[in-house]
Write a protein that binds this ligand. Structure first.
Ligand code: ZN
Length: 45
């Protein structure tokens, strides 16, 4: 899952695929992927 933020209204959407348009304001091509906070996940097996 990834969090996308609308550059227009700032709405955030947690979805798997990049949304084409914002569900909040309806603007298209305005969704930016938000960097997820560093997950406390370490060690690779
Ligand atoms: Zn929006």
């Amino acid at each position: 899952m990834a969090v996308f933020t609308c550059e227009k209204c700032g709405a955030t959407i947690d979805t798997r695929c990049k949304p084409k348009k914002c569900a909040a304001c309806g603007e298209q091509e305005c969704m930016c992927k938000e960097e997820k906070p560093a997950a406390p996940k370490q060690g690779k097996k």
